[in-house]
Design a protein around this ligand. Structure first.
Ligand SMILES: NC(=O)c1ccc[n+]([C@@H]2O[C@H](COP(=O)([O-])OP(=O)(O)OC[C@H]3O[C@@H](n4cnc5c(N)ncnc54)[C@H](O)[C@@H]3O)[C@@H](O)[C@H]2O)c1
Length: 428
């Protein structure tokens, strides 16, 4: 089944390569011409996806990239993996999905399958996307073309999570749509989990992400409560996770980051209002998680104070700009919030991240664009009054950090057993 994947980012690119490796001819489509050029030249722009993996599929003529939507006519299936952010009022912005639908519709052929993978609220596929596809093509979903939703479960940087091995939930607009979608994914994915509708599949993805957001909020709150009692939350979690049933560990941190967990739950909050429903768990978790950077900055103030230094005028290094370890993805990273808050308090702020040598322009943090990571050496690291560990990349040498840094505020428990002098390490 020749397949087009639209949106070649953190989700669309690995998915395209998985289909291509399984023998499917994949046409990758993106509006970003730099990505198209890179991919067709066999290069990768995502750290954990090796260039060889792209080059091999391009060479085998199993994968080709283009920005020409007319080529939709050539394929039997179209998978949409475009961004679903929040707008500045923290409401769902499905404009990327709608725009993609408009670009596909004029070229849609009878019998083609369209699957949405972008995380979104229930009803997006069978209401919003269906409407634009039908209006632009003159075809009817479920009769002339197939329509389905299948949520992505990508875990960037997790070497154990292989696209083909992660079970895939699929919901069709009609039973025939579901069958067509099963035939598509069955070519490349081992376990399929069919559900009764697109809305159930959309709701499943939201449950998975809300589950994480709520549980992270819980341990973030317990971090403060236990901290006040002189109990270390990390030691508690490590003990609790020895329970072989009924417990799953989640870890505290400086705040939520990434394209999913800080954003997706609010897609449901927005949609729930249409049904006069409140999403109290989501709101409370959001409130607790977004308060974390402020807490980390307050701990840094305390740590500096103990050295008789004010935050105003101190040099503070944020270690780790990516939102999670071992990746180069800095979207929604709490490190930016930390840097802004520190800057507002008069600190001289810098960052170190081996995977983000220079900050790219972003919509949310344009003022940091062009800022470069500091170098990793004794002289530089020792020159900071405080270092905040925001992300615990494995490649960072924490032993060296302990030897070089004057004061370390650790939000990830990276410095366990490494402190060199009393009062050097502050958990936050
Ligand atoms: N990154 C993850 O770990 C992850 C995990 C699960 C689900 N998701 C969901 O998957 C979706 C995509 O996320 P991502 O991380 O891959 O985003 P991304 O920003 O990495 O990639 C999206 C790509 O879509 C392209 N694009 C935007 N508008 C387009 C259009 N109109 N036509 C064609 N291409 C267009 C962009 O240029 C970009 O290359 C989101 O809904 C996200 O919530 C992401």
């Amino acid at each position: 089944m020749k397949t087009a994947v639209i949106g070649l980012g953190y989700v669309g690119l690995p998915l395209s390569l998985q289909f291509a490796r399984s023998g499917v001819n994949v046409l990758g489509i993106d509006i970003d011409s730099t990505k198209i050029e890179a991919l067709n030249a066999g290069r990768s722009f995502i750290k954990h996806i090796p260039a060889e993996a792209v080059a091999e599929m391009v060479k085998a003529k199993k994968f080709t990239a283009s920005s020409d939507f007319r080529r939709i006519q050539e394929v039997e299936a179209v998978i949409i993996c475009v961004p679903t952010p929040l707008n500045k009022n923290r409401e769902p912005d499905i404009s990327f999905i709608i725009q993609t639908g408009r670009s596909i519709a004029p070229h849609l052929q009878k019998g083609t399958l369209v699957v949405l993978e972008s995380t979104t609220y229930p009803g997006t596929t069978d209401e919003d996307l269906r409407e634009v596809l039908e209006a632009g093509s003159g075809l009817k979903a479920g009769t002339d073309f197939h329509l389905a939703f299948s949520p992505e479960r990508e875990d960037p940087g997790n070497a154990l999570s292989k696209v083909e091995q992660v079970p895939k939930v699929i919901g069709g607009f009609t039973p025939a749509c579901l069958e067509k979608a099963r035939a598509l994914y069955g070519q490349a994915i081992k376990t399929l989990v069919p559900v009764s509708s697109c809305r159930v599949a959309e709701a499943t993805k939201l449950l998975e992400n809300i589950f994480r957001s709520v549980n992270i909020a819980l341990v973030n709150e317990l971090k403060l409560v236990y901290g006040a009692m002189g109990i270390d939350i990390w030691e508690v979690i490590n003990a609790a996770k020895t329970k072989p049933f009924g417990f799953m560990p989640f870890y505290p941190g400086p705040g939520l980051g990434g394209h999913c967990i800080p954003i997706d739950p609010f897609y449901l909050t927005w949609k729930a209002r249409e049904f006069s429903q409140n999403t109290r768990f989501i709101e409370l978790a959001g409130e607790i998680n977004t308060a974390m950077p402020e807490y980390v900055v307050n701990r840094t103030v305390e740590a500096l104070n103990a050295q008789r230094k004010p935050m105003n005028g101190s040099c503070v290094l944020v270690l780790g700009l990516a939102y999670k370890p071992n990746v180069d993805d800095d979207r929604e990273s709490p490190s930016y919030v930390l840097m802004d808050l520190l800057g507002e308090k008069g600190a001289d702020v810098a960052y170190y991240d081996p995977y983000v040598p220079v900050i790219r322009p972003t919509r949310e943090h344009p003022h940091w664009a062009g800022t470069r990571s500091v170098m990793w050496n004794k002289e530089t690291i020792a020159s900071f009054d405080a270092v905040i560990i925001a992300t615990n990349h494995q490649s960072v040498n924490y032993q060296e950090l302990a030897e070089w840094a004057q004061c370390i505020v650790d939000t990830r428990n990276a410095m366990v057993g490494l402190g060199k002098k009393p009062g050097q390490i502050w958990k936050a």
